[in-house]
Write a protein that binds this ligand. Structure first.
Ligand code: MTE
Ligand code: MO
Length: 529
């Protein structure tokens, strides 16, 4: 393979295209292998993406959530796709100089996928296969493409058919060569597409949407307190008191939604307990269920942000479940683990202090949406999601903070993270243009499990005014507030601050979400004409 002279080298654009085709074949075949294994997370793109998420520093994660919100995963995948495209072009150009270099490039490509798949928390040895097989397919494709490009007379070992081809009229040869190149290219592209589509279809076997749609949950033995009639402040543009599942914020590290079949789901309760428990979903549903309105919020939420939602959860109280297993002395943490290997740590004393900590199976009258933890998740009022709200939960280990660390606490986030007192102006919207006169100023405040006792608002550093607070079913949900403003023409800054049930007022100082939640007053600038 060393004798290729420069004059016989293909054009750069053709070489780049070969690199792209070889990489596409690698990805397509890898997807097919992942489909045959039935393990979506072993496919190179999700595996590398997940590895990337795990290595992302907190400032970049906070930036991504702030900048892209629920689209953060799409942005990551697009970025990875762009990176792969660049690498594929580079591989094609390397292969143009020397085929072996291109092959080494593809092998490196595969190695990244193999390492990524192996370092997933739920990795199995078989998960290395898709990237390995894909890389081999890509290498084979690159060799075929390179061969097809060499003119027939330069291929001494070619069988008779090709030799005949070489004997045809000189004018025909260019056409025959080009046809062969095109056919090989089309074949490789076809392989890539067939692999990708086939793998995708095979992976759809694991989809649990129809299982979820057919699931009937028992009703609660213990009903939620009714939501008072006035809980919803009637102002156009106001946040709904109850957040529908489809609008509920989503924050997790799962690039591919875990598909957990309730018929195969089990929950293990173990660690520092006298009687370890393992229960099926049916076992769980035989326990008395309670229904509660609880607001969930994310530590990454910025001042004025919307990473919070309020739902009616149906579930089994967690404390009696743990007590039945017999908690041993010295334990101070529950380390929960999800189906995809994510870990969250929750202070044991919080779960046992009498609040409605739930192992939830339902949300707003339906089974949990897949994106929100189907078939089971934890919900603990008053704690940020990253220390309490494990979705797709399969394992509860009673342990000690000194022994076990969870995903975010390993990355420097606080072990104990009660939700901070928070208030937000929802209307008017920032930079709204309004007419002078009566303007409704309204918003949402939360301090789960302590409750919101007051919200004050002010215009342009003027005196603080008490907002009227809407009634709430309890201390575990957010609370809406409203004030009436006689707005005069000009540009004005509106601010708000809440005081919780312990008398603590939201501080003015702006601090970032890391390591235990943002603080600061929310402000909105509006123009009155
Ligand atoms: N399995 C799993 N559960 C998880 C997470 C995760 O990354 N994986 N993220 C947590 C975080 S940080 C938050 S804020 C809540 C968000 O729950 P939601 O997506 O249903 O709103 O889920 C928590 N549970
Ligand atoms: Mo979060």
């Amino acid at each position: 393979m060393t004798g290729e002279r420069a004059t016989e080298r293909p054009r750069r654009s053709a070489a780049a295209l070969c690199g792209l085709l070889a990489a596409a074949a690698a990805m397509g075949v890898a997807e097919l292998a992942a489909g045959v294994l039935g393990r979506a997370s072993s496919s190179p793109l999700p595996a590398v993406g997940a590895g990337f998420i795990d290595l992302t520093p907190v400032w970049l994660k906070d930036f991504a959530i702030r900048r892209f919100g629920d689209d953060d995963k799409t942005v990551l995948l697009l970025g990875l796709g762009a990176g792969i495209t660049v690498a594929a072009v580079a591989i094609g150009l390397l292969g143009r100089r020397r085929l072996a270099w291109g092959l080494i490039g593809l092998a490196g490509f595969g190695a990244v996928g193999v390492v990524a798949a192996l370092t997933r928390p739920v990795a199995e040895p078989l998960d290395t296969l898709p990237s390995a097989v894909g890389a081999l397919a890509g290498m084979a494709a690159l060799v075929l493409l390179a061969r097809s490009r060499r003119p027939a007379h330069a291929r001494p070992h070619e069988p008779a058919a090709a030799a005949e081809d070489a004997e045809s009229a000189p004018g025909d040869r260019g056409g025959a060569d080009r046809r062969r190149v095109l056919l090989t290219g089309a074949g490789v592209a076809g392989l890539a597409a067939a692999g990708g589509v086939g793998g995708h279809l095979l992976l759809r076997r694991g989809d649990v949407s129809s299982v979820r749609a057919d699931l009937r949950l028992p009703g609660p033995a213990d009903l939620a307190r009714p939501v008072p009639a006035g809980a919803q402040v009637r102002v156009p543009g106001m946040t709904p008191f109850r957040t529908p599942g489809r609008d509920f914020y989503r924050v997790d590290t799962a690039l591919i939604l875990p598909q957990v079949d309730p018929r195969e789901w089990t929950l293990r309760v173990h660690g520092m307990v006298a009687r370890p428990v393992e229960m099926s979903f049916d076992d769980l549903l035989r326990l008395p269920l309670v229904e509660r309105d609880i607001t969930l919020s994310c530590v990454s939420n910025q001042v004025g942000g919307d990473l919070a939602g309020n739902a009616r959860w149906l579930g089994v109280p967690l404390a009696p479940l743990l007590r039945k297993a017999g908690i041993r002395g010295g334990a101070d943490q529950i380390l929960s683990r999800s189906h995809d290997g994510m870990t969250l740590s929750t202070p044991l004393e919080t779960v046992l202090d009498g609040r409605d900590a739930l192992l939830a199976v339902g949300m707003n009258g339906e089974p949990l949406p897949i994106a929100h933890g189907f078939p089971a998740r934890l919900v603990v009022p008053g704690l940020y999601g990253y220390v309490s709200a494990t979705k797709w939960v399969v394992d509860l280990k009673v342990t000690r903070f000194a022994t076990d660390q969870a995903y975010w606490t390993e990355r420097g986030y606080a072990q104990r993270a009660p939700v901070k007192t928070f208030s937000r102006i929802d209307v008017p919207k920032p930079l709204a243009g309004l007419k002078a006169g009566r303007v409704a100023v309204a918003g949402t405040a939360w301090a789960q499990h302590r409750g919101v006792d007051a919200v004050e608002w002010q215009v342009d550093n003027g005196p603080w005014r008490q907002a009227r607070l809407a009634p709430v079913p309890g201390q575990d949900t957010w609370r809406q507030w409203i004030g009436e403003w006689d707005a005069a023409p000009g540009s004005h800054t509106l601010r708000c601050r809440a005081t919780d049930g312990t008398g603590h007022t939201q501080p003015q100082d702006r601090t970032p979400p890391f390591p235990d939640g943002a603080t600061g007053w929310h402000s909105v600038v509006v123009t009155i004409t």
